[in-house]
Design a protein around this ligand. Sequence first.
Ligand code: EPS
Length: 377
Amino acid sequence: MRLTTAGESHGKGLFAIIEGLPAGLTVDLDEINDCLRLRQSGYCRGARQKIESDCVEILTGVRNLKTLGSPVTLAVWNKDYENWKAYMAAEGCDESARTLTKVRPGHADLSGVKKYNHEDARTVLERASARETAVRVAAGTVCRQLLRALGVEITGYVKSVGKTEDEGAYKFDEIKSGRRALLGMMSAACENAAKAEIDAAQEAGDTLGGVLELRVKGLKSGFGSYVSYHEKLDARLVGALMSVQAIKGAEVGLGFEAAKHAGSEVHDEIFYTERAGFYRETNRAGGIEGGMSNGEELVLRAAMKPIPTLMKGLATVDYLTKEPARAATERSDVTAITACEIILESVLATELCAVVLERLGGDHMDEIIERYRRLPQ
Ligand code: EPS
């Protein structure tokens, strides 16, 4: 299975082609649109979210809400295109308006203009923008629906915002039902503290990032590989998380913390009873050993950097004049941490779906469900 996305932030829309999905998968449009709504939510999002009400349109590969086995094309149209077509239209437009040459530190602007020999960083930021994640959420939700048919579920929550960190440990089902509405954190006290931090950042014309924790329940052992380095499950899933705009770090299980402890404090001892089979009492490995799932819950975390468009503007240089300048200030979010949570769940679903289909093969969902059922726990 392979996902390709296309589209610009202020172009006509965002598009995804998912190739290699089996036939017979029931697509739940309401769930896709709920996830798109979640991606637009969160405290202190930018003004763009007031313009858009993202909604998926399926263009190909589905008939009567069931996949056909042919490529599935999804579209999320940009309402804002109406306001931008004079500067963005493929058919001809005025490129001289809305140029951006005061390249923003932390964004793709400077490396992008140099790489493609552009004069205007607008041409770069249009594709580099995290708006692209709208269609990745739509595609990821289709993949989530395939995984759910096998009994594999994904959830996650916002673990920290700026310096406000939730040190609590939560069970999968608690997370699914317990995320708070404002930011997607688990604790009311943390949400209040985080809100105060976000307010202060906004006041200062600044931005904030945070840490997200993701969980996958119901994945049987043996997905991924210990024989081929490029098929290692941890490498693939961490790679998927790192593919999201603004993610600067990702870890599995104890992650970086494991390096501070002795082996006896890190590895999950193995037990066996006839009733339970092989089992562990801890899951510090985050469900992955030797590049393969081990049947325990997958636990991953990712760190989102603060969005690089700051209202107060950072020191930079104008790309054309070479004069010192303050970086351009497009409208932006103070934080997009809540959106990032559903985005990460979606990219995880997409990569995991690809891994599962590579191992199981099959043209129709029935075959895939049957093959998965026969695998050992
Ligand atoms: C985003 C839409 C964008 C930005 C944001 C994410 O819309 P606009 O550029 O029209 O304001 O709000 O992207 C960034 C902050 C960024 O740096 O890329 C969205 O729909 O998520």
